[in-house]
Design a protein around this ligand. Structure first.
Ligand code: AMP
Ligand code: GLY
Length: 431
C-alpha cells in the first residue's frame, strides 16, 4: 500500500523510517519532507495547508492513508477535510485537537474530568490578570502564564515573581507576541518535579501507552538556558516507575477516555500527556494530540509491532484487538542543532559524516532541518537526531555520541548530557 506523511521534522523522518519497515508498505510519500525523508519517501510540490490539493494527490497516487505530524494541520482541520472526502487519515479531528490548540479548553477538560493538573484561572482582559497577580500573596509567588493557542511551543512563560508575571501578561495580551493566542490566558500554579512524556495510541474506546520518554527542552547542559523544541530524548524514562505509571493509567488515561466520551469528542490518534512527577504524584502539564518531537525518535525504534497494524487499528476503532510489543532495550537521541539556535543561526552549511554514522549497527541519523542541495545542508534550528539503541541506557548514550562524533558542519551544537536524569534514576516500567 501507499502511505503519505505530512510534515518535515525529525519526527516525520522517524515515522517514514518505521513505516518503510512494514511489509505492507510499498510506496511512501512525505510532504514537504526533508533531506532525510527524500531517501525513503517521495515528495511533491504541494503546500501543506492546501488540503484540497493534498486530497487530490492522495486520490491520484492511490494512497491508502495519511499520517499527520504537526499539530497546526490538525488544528486547521485536515482530518475533518479528508474524512469528508472519504479518505483515511491518522490523527484527531479539529474538535479533538483543541485539547492541544487551546489551553483554556484543555485545562477545563482536565478539571471537569478529574485529571490532576495545576490549579488555574482564565483571564480575557489584562486588567483582570494584573489585579489577580496584585492580590496574590508575595510569599513564594510563582506562576506560569500561558497564551491560549498554538504558539509554536513558545506561549508558556514560567514566572518566579510578580514583576515577571506582569511582564508575561503584557507580552501575551498587550504586545500580542503570539498574536491571536493572546485573546485569553491561563495563569496557573507553578509545579515542581521532573517532567516525562507519556504518549499513547487512542481510538476513542481504548488507550494503549507507549514507553515513557523524557525530552531535554533547555539548550544547555544541566537543563540551563532558554527552552527549545527539544535537544534530545531517551526512553524508557525511569521517573515513570511502576507505581507512577499506575497513576498515569488511572488518573490520566482512564479519566481522559471517560472525559472524551462524556463530551462527545471523537478522539482517534495520539494522546501525548506532558507529566510532572513530584514525590510519586503526577500532574498533567499539557496534552498534545500528535507524536512528540524528539520523543518519537526514541520511542518508535523500540516498537516491535508493525506500525501499520497499529495506525489502522486506531483509525478503525479496533485498538483493543491488537497486541503491541516493545523492545526492552533503551534508546537515546542526541539532537545536533545549528549554532545559535533557538536564536538566530546560519543555514546552508554542508554536513558530512551522516552516512558513516548511519552505517554503525543500531544507530540511525534522523534528519530534521536539512535540505539536499549538492549534499545535505542545514536548513533549520534542529538539524539531526542521532539515535542509538542498546541494552542499557548508558550503552545507548555511548552509541548515540559515537554517531555524533562522526558528524561535522560549521557551528554545529549539541548537548553533552542527554540521558543524564535516567542514569541518576531507577528502573522504568509501563507494565
Ligand atoms: P506546556 O506547553 O503547557 O507543556 O508548557 C511548556 C513547558 O512549560 C512544560 O514542558 C514545562 O516545562 C513548563 N510548564 C508548563 N506548565 C507548568 C507548570 N504548571 N509548572 C511548571 N512548569 C510548567
Ligand atoms: N517534545 C515536545 C513536543 O513534542 O511538544
Amino acid at each position: 500500500m501507499n502511505v503519505m506523511i505530512i510534515g518535515s521534522g525529525g519526527r516525520e523522518h522517524t515515522l517514514a523510517w518505521k513505516l518503510a519497515q512494514s511489509p505492507r508498505v510499498s510506496g511512501l510519500y512525505c510532504i514537504p519532507g526533508n533531506g532525510g525523508t527524500q531517501g525513503i519517501a517521495k515528495s511533491a510540490d504541494i503546500a501543506v495547508n492546501d488540503f484540497k490539493a493534498l486530497a487530490g494527490f492522495v486520490k491520484e497516487k492511490n494512497i491508502e492513508f495519511t499520517v499527520v505530524g504537526p499539530e497546526i494541520r490538525l488544528a486547521e482541520g485536515i482530518v475533518d477535510y479528508f474524512m469528508e472526502e472519504g479518505l483515511a487519515i491518522f490523527g484527531p479531528d479539529r474538535k479533538s485537537a483543541q485539547l492541544e490548540g487551546s489551553k483554556v479548553f484543555s485545562k477545563n477538560f482536565m478539571k471537569n474530568h478529574n485529571i490532576p493538573t495545576a490549579k488555574f484561572e482564565v483571564f480575557e482582559a489584562s486588567a483582570e490578570a494584573y489585579s489577580y497577580i496584585e492580590k496574590a500573596g508575595e510569599d513564594g509567588f510563582s506562576v506560569v502564564v500561558k497564551a491560549d493557542g498554538l504558539a509554536a511551543g513558545k506561549g508558556v512563560i514560567v514566572c518566579d515573581s510578580k514583576q515577571e508575571a506582569v511582564a508575561g501578561v503584557k507580552r501575551i495580551m498587550e504586545a500580542r507576541e503570539f498574536e491571536g493566542a493572546g485573546d485569553r490566558i491561563v495563569i496557573e500554579e507553578k509545579l515542581k518535579g521532573e517532567e516525562a512524556s507519556m504518549m499513547a495510541f487512542c481510538d476513542g474506546e481504548t488507550i494503549v501507552s507507549m514507553v515513557p520518554s523524557q525530552d531535554h527542552k533547555q539548550v544547555y547542559d544541566g537543563d540551563r538556558g532558554p527552552n527549545t523544541g527539544g535537544m534530545g530524548a531517551y526512553a524508557p524514562a525511569p521517573v515513570i516507575t511502576k507505581e507512577v505509571y499506575k497513576k498515569v493509567r488511572t488518573r490520566v488515561f482512564d479519566n481522559f477516555l471517560k472525559g472524551i466520551k462524556k463530551d462527545n469528542i471523537n478522539f482517534k490518534g495520539i494522546v501525548y500527556a506532558g507529566i510532572m512527577v513530584d514525590k510519586g504524584e503526577v500532574n498533567v502539564l499539557e496534552f498534545n494530540v500528535r507524536f512528540g518531537d524528539p520523543e518519537t525518535q526514541v520511542v518508535l525504534p523500540l516498537l516491535k509491532t508493525d506500525i501499520v497494524e497499529i495506525l489502522k487499528a486506531v483509525m478503525d476503532g479496533r485498538l483493543k484487538d491488537i497486541d503491541i510489543e516493545w523492545d526492552s532495550r533503551s534508546c537515546v537521541c542526541v539532537v545536533i542543532a545549528s549554532g545559535g539556535y533557538p536564536g538566530k543561526y546560519e543555514k546552508g552549511k554542508l554536513i558530512t559524516g551522516i552516512a558513516e554514522a548511519d552505517s554503525i549497527d543500531n544507530l540511525n541519523v534522523f534528519q530534521a532541518g536539512t535540505r539536499k542541495n549538492g549534499g545535505i545542508k542545514n536548513s533549520g534550528g534542529r538539524v539531526l537526531g542521532v539515535t542509538g539503541v542498546a541494552d542499557s541506557l548508558q550503552g545507548a548514550i555511548d552509541l548515540a555520541y559515537k554517531g555524533v562524533s562522526k558528524i561535522k558542519f560549521d557551528d554545529m551544537y549539541y548537548r553533552k548530557d542527554i540521558g543524564w536524569k535516567g542514569i541518576l534514576g531507577g528502573q522504568a516500567s509501563i507494565s
